[in-house]
Structure formats: C-alpha cells, structure tokens
Design a protein around this ligand. Structure first.
Ligand code: PHB
Length: 392
C-alpha cells in the first residue's frame, strides 16, 4: 500500500524546503524526499546573492532568522571595464538591496526549521519515477538508502529536484524546453583571504570576465571566465592568482590559499511545460539561468511563493483557478529573469572570436548603462528583484 500525503515534494533544495515550510503555515501536510544526505545538502557550495524579496520571505515566515544577522546587506555592486570601476547604487536608484548569504546557509536554516516543526523530511531517498500525473492521485516511486521501495501517493507532486531530476521528464516528456548554451564557463575558487572590496566586482576585461565576491571576513569567492572544457586541476595556485589579477585591471586582489575549485557550466533553459495534471515543476527543475545575474535561487523562491497560493486555493478551497494559471503566471517572471541573466552575461563576457567591432560595441553598451541614471536604475531594479506577491 502506498503512503499518502497531500503534497509530495521531490528535492530538499531551497525550493522544496521552502515550499514545505510555507504549506505547513496553511496546515497543508507534505513529505519531502531527497537522494542526498543531510550533510551533502548542507555543505555543497552554491551561489549566494538573495534579492530583497527573497530575504523578506525567509525572514517574515520564520524560514531563516539568521539571514538578516549573518547575511551581509549590499547596497550596490561595481561594474568594471577599461581600468575603471563604476558603482551601481541599488538603494539610491531603486530603494532596494540584496543580501549575501550563501545558499547552503539558507539550506541549513530551512532543514533545521523543518525538522524542528516535525516535517517528514527524508534524506537518501531517491525518486525513480513519477506516475499517474494525469489523475488526481499522482505517485512517486522511490528507493531508500537500503534499496527498499518507497511509494507515496499525493494530491499533488512537486518536482523541486533540479535540472537532472526525474520530475522534469515526467512533466515535459520528450518535449524538453527552450535551451541555450554559452561558449564559456566560470572557474570558481574559494580562498582564505581578506575581502578585496566592500562590494561585488563584475569585471569586463580584455582577457575575459571575472567576478570578485565574498563569503566572510576570512573567506572569499571569486570566478573567472574560462573555456567550458577546463579541468579544475589545470592551473597552479600561482597561475590562478595571475589570471584573477589580470582580469581586474586597476585593482589588486588580496591573495590567500585557494582551498576549493570548481567549473560552472553556462546554460539557459526553460521547460516547455511546468505542469502536467497534478505534477508541477519549480526552481531548477523548470528553468536554469547562467549565474551572472544571481537569479537562480531567487527565481526558485518566486516560483514557490506563487505555487503556495495556488496549492492553498486548490487543496483548501477546491479552487483550481490559480493552479491552472500557475505556469503562465510563473513564466512571466522566469522570462524576465532569463533575459536579465542572458543580458548581464553578454554584457560582461568576452565572446570567443569577438572582432574589434564586437568588443568596442560592448564597451559602448557598458557606457550606455553606467553613465546613465536610467541605465543604472534598470540594472539595479532587475538585480535586486522585481516585486513578489505578499506571503500569507
Ligand atoms: C557568489 O557569490 O557565488 C555569486 C555572486 C554573484 C553572482 C554569482 C555568484 O552573480
């Protein structure tokens, strides 16, 4: 006999955990499964910029009480090109800000909050298939750490299992989605060093892009544009610092031991469908953005805020309107975020094979943004995030 719950959530990332948290506030029961262990979930290094709206959702709903104390408020970023930095003042232009708070810290807070609330949260349980999407009793077929079968029947199944999860296929079938790949990637490092700057630096240099981000007083996160085929072991530490320094002409980075390296592929994806019957996709399962616009986790949170309202109406009031409209409503923001991520990426990276015309045009575009109040406000508005519906 399958187990029963109201909402079966596949994936204990930010989207899945926040959804179970928001549903519980309406008294809607859920089960959350993830193939990874709690330790894996809480230690995987991911991006770290939270839009103001994301912070408000986490703070106001009690999902994270540390985001405002342990997170760092950033009221602007620096865009560099041609040896000069240009500040984009978020607060001054749009009255909003972002917070630097790493995704795995958000996850630690959410896991702790869910477990404290008695949430049925199962680690190392791997979803294999989602069946009966077209009925009002969709099912998740999974396997626990011992290889024993787990079967959960729900009113709704939510795929929050990322770009390589099983739910995407259950919803989109062979149709897939809109896809774009970029001819570059980011080489990311974590290093033990003091911060090189107060705010994030997004640098367009003749040698390619670099992003100087931060983690804490003693640990910094930096990235530089590389070939997607680059191996993480390709460079000595000395060479990594040479590359990074050469990508931010006009400033000197403070160096220290590099203790972690990774290569991030650049892709844009939007699933053709976000819902099939009673099975829905949220977060990376439904869309992927390149990291330049810092939109990934924020977009997942926006999906979840919308879906919570839709599920509340469906499951408590038997009103299907919002649930039916969910994909179309979510897609408005998704495509805005897709555009912004694509635009920031193309604005800042060196295209392989770019001609002199292409590079000078790009500098013209950068000047159009940083030398205009409207240009800076446009970037600030998108970066800090468009308004979210209020959470109840
Ligand atoms: C990060 O700190 O990891 C980070 C910051 C901004 C981005 C992407 C990643 O756009």
């Amino acid at each position: 006999m399958p187990e029963r719950t109201r909402v079966a959530v596949i994936g204990a990332g930010p989207a899945g955990l926040l959804l179970s948290h928001l549903l519980a506030r309406h008294g809607i029961e859920s089960v959350v499964l993830d193939s990874r262990s709690r330790e894996q979930i809480e230690t995987t290094v991911r991006a770290g910029v939270l839009e103001q709206g994301t912070v408000e959702v986490l703070d106001r709903t009690g999902a994270s009480d540390r985001v405002l104390t342990a997170g760092q408020k950033h009221e602007g970023i620096e865009i560099r090109f041609g040896d000069e930095g240009h500040r984009i003042d978020f607060t001054g232009t749009v009255g909003r800000a972002v917070w630097l708070y790493p995704q795995h810290e958000v996850l630690k807070d959410l896991v702790a909050a869910r477990l404290a609330a008695g949430q049925d949260l199962r680690f190392q349980v791997t979803a294999r298939r989602v069946e009966d999407a077209g009925t009002d009793r969709p099912r998740v077929l999974a396997e626990d750490a011992e290889g024993d079968p787990v079967e959960i029947e729900a009113d709704v199944v939510v795929g929050a299992d990322g770009s390589r999860g099983v739910t995407r296929e259950a919803v989109t079938g062979a149709h897939g989605g809109y896809f774009r790949e970029y001819p570059f990637a980011w080489f990311g490092v974590l290093c033990e060093a003091p911060p090189s700057a107060e705010e994030l630096i997004y640098s367009n240099s003749p040698n390619g892009f670099a992003l100087i981000s931060r983690r804490s007083a003693g640990v910094q996160r930096m990235y530089f544009q590389c070939d997607p085929a680059t191996d993480t072991g390709a460079y000595t530490e000395e060479r990594l610092w040479e590359i990074l320094q050469s990508r931010v002409p006009g400033t000197t980075l403070r160096e220290g031991r590099i203790f972690q390296r990774d290569v991030l592929r650049f892709r844009s994806f939007v699933a053709h469908e976000m819902r099939r019957g009673r099975v829905v996709l949220v977060g990376d399962a439904a869309h992927t953005v390149p990291p330049t616009g810092a939109k990934g986790m924020n977009l997942a949170v926006a999906d979840v805020v919308l879906l919570t309202e839709a599920l509340r109406a469906l499951l408590l009031d038997r009103d299907e309107t919002l649930f039916d409209a969910f994909p179309a409503t979510a897609r408005r923001r998704i495509w805005k975020a897709q555009h912004f991520s694509w635009w920031m990426t193309n604005l800042l990276h060196l295209q392989p094979g770019a001609s002199d015309f292409d590079r000078l045009r790009q500098i013209g575009e950068l000047r159009t943004v940083v030398e205009s109040d409207h240009g800076r406000a446009h970037l600030a508005e998108a970066y800090t995030g468009w308004p979210l519906p209020a959470v109840r």
